[in-house]
Design a binder for this molecule. Structure first.
Ligand SMILES: NC(=O)c1ccc[n+]([C@@H]2O[C@H](COP(=O)([O-])OP(=O)(O)OC[C@H]3O[C@@H](n4cnc5c(N)ncnc54)[C@H](O)[C@@H]3O)[C@@H](O)[C@H]2O)c1
Length: 347
């Protein structure tokens, strides 16, 4: 039996990966989440929800190939450190090792959390260090580590000096610059640990640097679904954080997952690749996209006391295009229309 592990499997990226694996493979999936942010699988798995408990493990679906372990991933990693076969022995699941391991458990959040509670976000260092140590012992077949565009030096994202960020702008053999708050530091550290896991321990691992991922089922503390919901409710005047001239590179979750699969098939040395559209979209433009879909033109009300982060963050996708021939397929207009339709249903 092939079994994959998804940490943070009830969060935005994690649950979309779980659903993709469920729909495109016959493999089993063991996923972990403490539900601090994530939603219980009965809220997002398709079809009728059937499950049974085996101790503290929830076995889901008629085919019994989904296993949900609710708790702090570090606690599970602690058990696995004490007893490498903890899962097999405790739950009677037979397998030798996990095939694909996707590590999405992290304290993330929008700008309010990144700027407002940086030392809570820094707890990601403890989740990641336990995780990296465990993979060197367990030796899964392949590992995906999600870094972030926040790992790039903020000095390259200023009002006057913003450039399209390319992979080489982070070079561990040179000066690294300063990433975005503790969130960016943990991701940069994670990338460094991934390279060490590959070089020193022979682990097959790849890192991704997603830019601003969005999708229909993202939490509304992220800007895209929040703006969609306000446009669906015809907010006027329309509030924007800061001047609204700050920009990001938006990429749909389905595109992110498509490219993750390509990367895991092709990269094993711990290197990191951008996932974005290569286009910079300001928040004013984003509001315009949504209000055009909603069919009205509001006046804009800037909220200058809100945190806005770096001025412009977008990527250069040429390395990815050259190496893998990959480009995001879902245009901004199409992706945002999908989010808008979902927001309208939620009301
Ligand atoms: N969404 C994006 O656009 C994006 C961009 C760049 C990087 N990433 C990275 O991808 C990963 C997933 O991001 P997301 O957007 O799905 O975030 P998310 O907050 O939706 O998901 C993270 C999940 O981890 C869970 N979690 C947190 N701490 C945990 C712990 N100690 N034990 C078990 N579960 C825990 C949360 O409950 C949540 O469900 C993160 O590492 C994030 O930094 C995401």
């Amino acid at each position: 039996m092939k079994i994959h592990l998804v940490s943070g499997g009830c969060g935005f990226v994690g649950r979309n990966v779980v659903k993709r694996l469920l729909n495109t493979t016959n493999d089993s999936i063991f996923f972990v989440d403490d539900l601090s942010i994530g939603r219980h699988p009965k809220q997002w798995l398709p079809g009728d929800f059937i499950s049974e408990m085996k101790g503290d493990l929830e076995i889901i679906g008629e085919e019994k190939r989904l296993f949900f372990w609710k708790g702090d991933f570090r606690d599970l990693l602690f058990h696995l450190r004490q007893k490498p076969n903890y899962i097999q022995e405790t739950y009677g699941i037979e397998f030798e090792r996990f095939h694909d391991v996707f590590h999405f458990a992290a304290i993330v959040g929008g700008r309010l959390k990144i700027d407002g509670d940086p030392l809570m976000v820094a707890l990601d260092l403890s989740i990641d260090s336990e995780f990296f140590y465990w993979i060197t012992r367990h030796k899964p077949a392949r590992v995906l580590y999600p870094s972030s565009s926040a790992a790039y030096p903020t000095s390259l994202q200023t009002t006057d000096g913003a450039i399209a960020l390319s992979e080489g702008d982070i070079d561990f053999t040179k000066n690294l610059g300063t990433p975005d708050m503790t969130y960016g530091w943990t991701k940069l550290t994670g990338e460094f640990l991934a390279q060490i896991a590959a070089k020193h321990y022979g682990i097959s691992i790849v890192c991704i640097r997603p830019f601003s991922g969005y999708g229909e089922d993202q939490e509304t503390d992220y800007p895209v679904p929040a703006i969609a919901l306000r446009a669906a409710n015809k907010e006027n005047p329309f509030e924007v954080w800061g001047s609204g001239k700050q920009g990001r590179d938006f990429v749909h979750i389905d595109d992110i997952i498509d490219f993750i699969q390509i990367l895991m098939d092709n990269v094993s040395d711990g290197s990191a690749y951008n996932i974005g559209s290569g286009k910079l979209t300001s928040f004013l433009d984003l509001i315009d996209v949504f209000t055009t879909i909603a069919g009205y033109k509001p006046t804009i009300k800037p909220l200058l006391d809100k945190p806005v982060g770096v001025h412009s963050r977008y990527c250069d996708m040429s390395l990815v295009e050259e190496k893998f021939g990959w480009k995001a397929k879902i245009s901004l207009e199409e992706g945002m229309r999908r989010v808008y339709e979902a927001a309208k249903l939620k009301g």
